[in-house]
Design a protein around this ligand. Structure first.
Ligand code: ADP
Ligand code: MG
Length: 337
């Protein structure tokens, strides 16, 4: 008899969780993405002890019927893509169908969801179903993750201070707020409200909620278009600077991404207006055919591979350069080749 056997699902999910669920922020990211994909326009995130004790997320999106509520915790269960063709046309934030399965395998989860007619309550511990029953709830989803990493002690030990973990989540929620100005976000930590946006749809208002009114007033709008890409956003007047690139927020088709070359191009567009070691505050939306943007690089979906990168860089450079130049009313000086 051979020695190879297939792992059972809780075990394989726990292994996958190693990549998807790095820290409390990863859980918040996946669950808020689900809320946005479900069409919510109000999302509340309540944390206890930076999320290590409890992460509670309430949305007013489409919700799930009872069949989906149970299926959603299976690995590779997704309503977002159906075939290989869809993989190259992703318009949702999720598509891998493994976040809920992974999160559930390393925590205790209570899900309450309703599509408006059919309401369900589900409780799982370490990926195993403990209880499921019909439940009355208004349309939307209420999911609570408790005791994250209770069954992966090594990961739990690796967590930094609560302040560091909370800092990551605040950073994340700020980016969601910028990318989705029409969604009202609320972040509460140990009973204290840390971020609250109105969902009015105005990016400048979100900039004020995050960076303060004085800075929001000094952000210049920009907009540009090339053959394959459309960009828009806000970038700070040269008098406002920061010590690092963390204040350059990049979004590709609504997804917050980290992309060193783009951030560098934004900085380069300031040319002589900014001291070399200082960075601007920028929010840059990039829109393009999903076919040009490969997000299937890493399970956390924050890295991206772009086609026609040169065209995009040129568009970003010229558009931001133009916006800053007119804002400070200086002639445009071409960068030496
Ligand atoms: P993915 O988002 O990649 O599809 P997830 O594991 O995050 O995978 O979620 C699995 C499925 O559960 C989703 O495809 C969606 O149908 C459903 N789901 C999860 N969260 C929500 C929510 N907040 N509202 C409605 N449906 C949800
Ligand atoms: Mg998801």
């Amino acid at each position: 008899m051979g020695k190879i056997r297939l792992m059972d699902e809780p075990l394989s999910n726990k292994i996958a969780a190693g990549e998807v669920v790095e820290r409390p922020t990863s859980v918040v990211k996946e669950l808020v993405e689900n809320a946005i994909d479900a069409g919510s326009n109000a999302v509340e995130v309540l944390l206890e002890e930076a999320g290590l004790t409890s992460i509670h997320i309430i949305d007013n999106g489409a919700g799930m019927d009872s069949e989906d509520a149970l299926l959603s915790f299976s690995r590779h269960a997704t309503s977002k893509i159906a075939n290989e063709h869809d993989l190259f046309r992703i318009r949702t934030l999720g598509f891998r169908g493994e976040a809920l399965a992974s999160i559930a395998s390393v925590s205790k989860v209570t899900l309450q969801t309703s599509d408006g007619s059919d309401g369900t309550f589900v409780h799982l511990e370490g990926g195993r179903m403990i209880e499921s029953r019909p439940n009355a709830l208004r349309q939307g989803t209420d999911i609570k993750i408790e005791q994250l990493f209770f069954n992966t002690p090594a990961r739990l030990k690796y967590m930094k201070t609560l302040q560091t973990e909370l800092g990551h989540t605040i950073d994340l929620m700020n980016r969601f707020a910028l990318s989705y100005p029409s969604v009202a976000f609320k972040l509460v930590h140990d009973g204290k409200t840390i971020l609250q946006t109105s969902g009015s749809g105005e990016i400048r208002r979100v900039l004020a909620d995050i960076y303060g009114i004085a800075i929001a007033k000094k952000m210049i709008p920009f907009e540009g278009e090339s053959q394959d890409y459309k960009i828009s956003g806000y970038t700070s007047l040269p008098e406002i600077t920061r010590a690092n690139k963390n204040y350059i927020s990049l979004f590709v088709n609504g997804r917050w991404v980290k992309h060193y070359a783009i951030a560098t191009t934004v900085h380069r567009a300031y040319h002589t207006f900014l001291p070399l070691e200082r960075q601007p505050i920028t929010m840059l939306n990039i829109e393009g055919d999903p076919y040009l943007t490969d997000v299937n690089v890493h399970p956390a979906k924050q890295q991206i591979r772009l086609s026609k990168e040169k065209e995009l860089m040129e568009l970003i450079y010229q558009t931001i350069r133009q916006a800053i130049s007119s804002a400070v009313r200086a002639p445009v000086i071409d960068e030496p080749k």
